[in-house]
Ligand binder design. Structure first.
Ligand code: GLY
Ligand code: MN
Ligand code: MN
Length: 428
């Protein structure tokens, strides 16, 4: 792993909070992700399933976590199953986790090789009343791929006579409220993103290609122990800035255009998610400035609304009102547009069609229960944008913030340049 070791008190606490929510005499299983194939013998880099990582910190393929807190056998209360290494694996891939290392990372004493899994699984299934399976219930999930976890659930279903429950609703809520250690890891990801952006501010000039900007970020991320972008980066100059999920990053940037960069580093599997929009030649035009400041005002005002007790849905209605007032000021909307709007189809949607905020953490669009009001230590993005097809450009700004009881959120990206003067002065 490129990241520094994480103190295992985080994982011990996460397991404690999770198992406190299980029914009596229950077992829960968590599987690693597959290593996904490309073709022939090539594979994508391994990405650990975020739930098993969250509960034990083990970042290795084929691992299984079993939580059976009421087991009469102390060895079965918490178990990690690991792939057992051999000379061949060591020769080709290097060291795999030892049992001692897995204990150190996770705080779990009972570590077994995978070869023992079937026997112990049979023992446990004879004893338990409920089996918690881990299904993907995220509000935006549209995954068609059958995961290792899905295959395991199918296997369990063949046992017959088991009483299934779902882990995911517990984790959706639990993972949305961050521990201080998690906040520090997300902050670290934001710091790395900041370094990338500062590098890019000095790099961008007319004639650079979008992929060259991507490369500058990538350089800074890797140098700072981030293994990769937290999500596929969007480097969108000129009219590309109107395409919300543009990821081709293959156009040359021209003087007079802006370039929208929606880029974040991961660190220790935690995401950061930043958007900055800058002028290719180092100076915004007056029109670009007007739209930029409208977006910045919405971002600043929306951030103030993020406080405990507010519902995600109500927050979005309020942000819509702020956006409407900014769009009126820059004359993209008229009074008659407002008179003709309906609550289902507000006028501002013509220029701002996506959500303002999502939870952020081990997933960029992180777990949460949107029916529960915001609370302390939720981490959310704030990312308004105004996209003007007719004028050939769009502007989005995005920061990551932590909700506080005081009502004043902590902006984890508060020190990443965003004001027009700052941006122009660094670029020049
Ligand atoms: N970069 C993905 C998002 O902003 O939601
Ligand atoms: Mn983003
Ligand atoms: Mn985002």
């Amino acid at each position: 792993m490129k990241y520094d070791p994480i103190t295992n008190s985080l994982f011990i606490k996460n397991r404690q909070n999770f198992t406190n929510k299980l029914d009596k005499n229950s077992v829960a299983f968590f599987n690693s992700n597959d290593i996904y194939p490309i073709s022939a013998d090539s594979v994508l880099p391994f990405e650990q399933h975020r739930d098993i990582f969250y509960l034990c910190g083990i970042d290795q393929e084929e691992s299984i976590l079993v939580l059976f807190p009421d087991s009469i056998n102390p060895d079965y209360r918490e178990i990690i199953f690991l792939k057992e290494t051999n000379e061949h694996i060591i020769h080709w891939e290097g060291e795999k986790l030892t049992k001692n290392e897995a204990t150190k990372i996770s705080g779990i004493k009972s570590i077994h090789w995978l070869g023992e899994f079937e026997k112990i699984l049979n023992d446990i299934l004879k004893e338990v009343e409920h089996v918690y399976i881990n299904t993907n219930e995220h509000y935006r999930q549209k995954v068609e791929t059958q995961t290792r976890e899905d295959r395991f659930v199918e296997k369990l279903k063949k046992f017959g006579g088991l009483n299934f429950k779902k882990s995911n609703p517990i984790l959706q809520y639990q993972r949305s409220v961050k521990d201080e250690i998690e906040l520090a890891l997300i902050k670290q990801a934001c710091e790395i993103t900041k370094k990338g952006f500062e590098r890019v501010l000095r790099f961008v000039k007319p004639g650079v290609w979008e992929y060259e900007i991507e490369a500058e970020f990538s350089h800074e991320f890797l140098k700072n122990r981030s293994k990769r972008f937290a999500y596929t980066p969007i480097i969108a100059s000129g009219k590309n800035s109107n395409y919300l999920h543009y990821i081709m990053n293959n156009k040359q940037c021209q003087s007079g255009e802006i370039v929208l960069m929606d880029v974040g580093a991961e660190y220790a599997n935690y995401s950061s998610d930043m958007t900055r929009t800058i002028p290719v030649n180092g100076k915004f035009s007056n029109r670009q400035k007007a739209v930029y400041n409208a977006v910045l005002n919405v971002k600043n005002e929306a951030t103030k609304l993020l406080r405990p007790g507010i519902l995600w849905k109500d927050y979005h209605v309020e942000v819509g009102k702020i956006m409407t007032s900014e769009l009126l000021k820059i004359k993209l909307l008229s009074k008659s547009d407002i008179q003709n709007q309906t609550s289902k189809n507000p006028a501002y949607k013509k220029y701002f069609s996506h959500g303002t905020s999502h939870h952020l953490g081990l997933d960029t669009h992180d777990y949460c229960d949107l029916k529960i009001p915001f609370e302390k230590n939720n981490v959310l993005t704030v990312e308004p944008g105004i996209y003007i097809m007719d004028e050939g450009f769009g502007i989005r700004l995005e920061d990551d913030v932590v909700i506080n009881n005081s009502g004043d959120p902590t902006n984890l990206m508060g020190d990443i340049p965003i004001e027009i003067d700052e941006i122009e002065s660094i670029m020049n």
